[in-house]
Every structure is written in structure tokens, then in C-alpha cells.
Design a binder for this molecule. Structure first.
Ligand SMILES: Nc1ncnc2c1ncn2[C@@H]1O[C@H](COP(=O)(O)OP(=O)(O)OP(=O)(O)O)[C@@H](O)[C@H]1O
Length: 346
């Protein structure tokens, strides 16, 4: 099932398009007020001391701006940036090759740091703490570790799963930035900025229409903006209005709350075939013709976050809000119905 439009992940082609829309300095970065403020203090104090700042860990869902912030950190420090990712660091040697060639003050960005192989992770502990790596030469009882000094650097790690990070690694970061989903007003600012860079005239009500369907995620907002722009160019002489934005996104089957076809199929099956649940994940997946993993990883996190679906020990359950979202009347015993019901009269 096609699910590109509201997926928080980006493929290679999209990353190239995104590069043009990235804010370059901290002052241009929208939202995440607390993280921005904390980070600017960390950077400013490092600048004053003339030292590389503490290592920074960023945790948060895909598409919230972790890579962008890593690039900003390097730019603000006027330092070079090296980019790699956890899955690329399969052996300690892969990491040693990078660490031993870092310039003084360089920023090393490791995306998906929770997916790094164990030996590389252990090498990183020492590098982070003492700016040193032990290169093991030989095998068996004759093996010797030769210590190698490396230049002081700043590690910026990004993870979507902070909980999966081993404590010894997490503890070696001086600063942990938790990235939250963006609210509608912040997403509108992201959209105005991107529209300006793309040369698109974006009226306020059209921005609002796109923002509310963007799942709190700048990457999705930028992607929806590009699709809406295409639609306006082909169908409306390039004039973008709120109605055009709504028509374009309806065509792409992204509804008013940002749910797409798969999300609605999951809710539709849960309500139509299983009376709102509880139902097991694999049964639900068969009912929508998908793999259980696709339903669990792709659709469910957003449905849970929107309060439309609950994962309970007995299975998946639709909430009263899900019935309402699909235009149905929730049964009195629907999950969460009591919370959303009007208070009882005297
Ligand atoms: N605060 C922001 N202001 C403006 N644009 C933003 C902001 N955050 C993210 N973006 C835009 O959203 C897109 C995705 O951001 P980025 O690649 O940094 O996300 P990410 O969290 O690193 O995602 P992933 O974990 O998938 O790599 C980029 O085009 C970026 O310009």
C-alpha cells in the first residue's frame, strides 16, 4: 500500500529536496523553544571557553529536525561536520577510521545511534570521555591494545528510541535534547518559510489547512506543501487557496486530521468488523490486507497519539473519538466514552 505522503521518514531523493529547505542557523530554526534555548547556552559557553562543547544527544520522532539541528550546531561553531549513522558502524574499525581522522573541534553526527554495533559502541565510550581509542593489534593471548589519541570533537547523536540506548552511552552525553511534535502555529511558520524559499504565495488559511494535516512534523508539512503547490500549478493556474489545499490533500487521501488511507482502513476494520475491539494485532492486519508490522509501526503510533486507538493487554481498541472521526455514533461503552461524554446533569 502506497504510504509515502504522511510517512515521517524520507528517502534519498527527498533528502536532496529537503536540503534546500533546511534552516542554517539557530535563529532560523522554528519551534522547540526549550531545546533551542538550552542549546544556544551550551554553544555560547563553549565559544567563550574556546573548547569543544559537550556531546549532545537528540531524541525524537523522525522528521522533527534532528539532522537539521546537528548541521546548525556545526555551523554555529564554524566547525566541520562529519555525518554517519548507527547501521553504517558495524565494526569497531568502521568507527576507528572516522575517529582517527577527525579535525580538532569537528562535529561528528551519528544518526540512529541506537543501531550501532556493540564493539563500535564500546570504542565510542572511551573516545567520548578521554578522546582516545584503543586499537587492538593481533589476536588471542598475544593481542595488544595500542592507545591512539584523537582530536577533541563533539559527538551529536540522534535517536528515535532513547529508551534503547544503553545507560553507559546515554550518561556520556552532557546534554540531552528531547524534540517534541510541533503545534499547528509552529508548522504554519515552517510552511511560510518553505513557501518563501520555493517562491510560492501561501495565504494564511491555506497554511492552516496544510498544517493541521501534517501530523506535527515539519518534514510532512514541507512534503504536503510541495504536493499542494503541484496541484495548484496544474489545476488552478498556480493560485493557492485554502480550498485548493484541501482539494489537493483530499485527492491524496490525507484527511483533515492527517490520517491517510491505511490509518482509516485500520480504524474502519476495527469498527466495522470487530465492533471497536479488542482485537489482536495479527487479526486486524489480515482484515486490512497488511503485514502486522506495517500496522504496528506505520499506522498505530499516530492513531495512538491522536487518541483514536488504544493498545490494551486484550488487544487493539477503538476509542470513542475514533467512532466520531469516522462519522459514527460511539456505543455507550466505547473506550474513553466516559471521558468525552458531557458531565451528567443534577
Ligand atoms: N524547526 C524547523 N524549522 C524549519 N524547518 C524544519 C525544522 N525542523 C525540521 N525542518 C525541516 O524538515 C525536514 C526534515 O528535518 P530533518 O531531516 O532534520 O529531520 P530528522 O529529525 O533528522 O529526521 P530523521 O530522523 O528521519 O533523519 C527538513 O527539510 C528540515 O528543513
Amino acid at each position: 500500500m502506497e504510504r509515502e505522503l504522511v510517512s515521517p521518514d524520507a528517502d534519498g531523493d527527498e533528502r536532496a529536496v529537503e536540503a534546500a529547505l533546511r534552516p542554517r542557523m539557530l535563529g532560523e530554526f522554528i519551534g522547540q523553544t526549550r531545546v533551542r534555548e538550552q542549546l544556544s547556552l551550551v554553544l555560547e559557553s563553549a565559544r567563550r571557553r574556546g573548547k569543544a562543547p559537550d556531546h549532545v544527544l537528540m531524541s525524537g520522532a523522525p522528521g522533527l529536525g534532528k539532522t537539521t539541528l546537528a548541521m546548525i550546531i556545526a555551523a554555529e561553531l564554524a566547525a566541520p561536520l562529519r555525518l554517519t549513522s548507527g547501521p553504517a558502524l558495524e565494526r569497531a574499525g568502521d568507527l576507528a577510521a572516522i575517529l582517527s581522522t577527525l579535525a580538532e573541534g569537528e562535529v561528528l553526527f551519528i544518526d540512529e545511534i541506537h543501531r550501532m554495533a556493540r564493539p563500535a559502541e564500546e570504542m565510542l565510550y572511551l573516545a567520548m570521555e578521554d578522546f582516545r581509542v584503543d586499537i587492538v593489534v593481533g589476536k588471542g593471548p598475544g593481542a595488544t591494545a595500542i592507545p591512539l589519541e584523537i582530536a577533541p570533537f563533539t559527538l551529536v547523536g540522534a535517536t528515535t528510541r532513547a529508551g534503547l540506548l544503553p545507560a553507559p552511552l546515554r550518561d556520556r552525553f552532557g546534554f540531552v535534547a528531547h524534540m517534541d511534535f510541533y503545534d499547528a502555529a509552529e508548522l504554519e511558520l515552517v510552511l511560510f518559510r518553505s513557501a518563501r524559499l520555493l517562491g510560492v504565495a501561501l495565504p494564511e488559511d491555506a497554511a492552516r489547512e496544510i498544517a493541521r494535516r501534517s501530523r506535527g512534523t515539519p518534514r510532512i508539512a514541507n512534503r504536503l506543501l510541495r504536493r499542494v503547490r503541484d496541484f495548484a500549478e496544474v489545476r488552478a493556474d498556480g493560485v493557492l487557496t485554502a480550498d485548493i489545499a484541501a482539494a489537493a490533500l483530499n485527492l491524496y487521501e490525507v484527511d483533515g486530521e492527517g490520517l491517510d488511507r491505511l490509518d482509516r482502513a485500520v480504524l474502519g476494520a476495527l469498527l466495522g468488523k470487530f465492533g471497536g475491539g479488542p482485537v489482536g494485532l495479527s487479526t486486524l492486519a489480515v482484515a486490512v490486507g497488511e503485514e502486522p508490522e506495517t500496522v504496528e509501526v506505520v499506522a498505530e503510533p499516530f492513531l495512538v497519539r491522536q487518541g483514536l486507538l488504544a493498545r490494551t493487554p486484550r488487544g487493539r481498541v477503538a476509542t470513542a473519538a475514533a467512532w466520531i472521526h469516522l462519522g459514527l455514533t460511539p456505543p455507550p461503552d466505547a473506550f474513553g466514552a466516559a471521558a468525552s461524554a458531557p458531565p451528567a446533569g443534577p
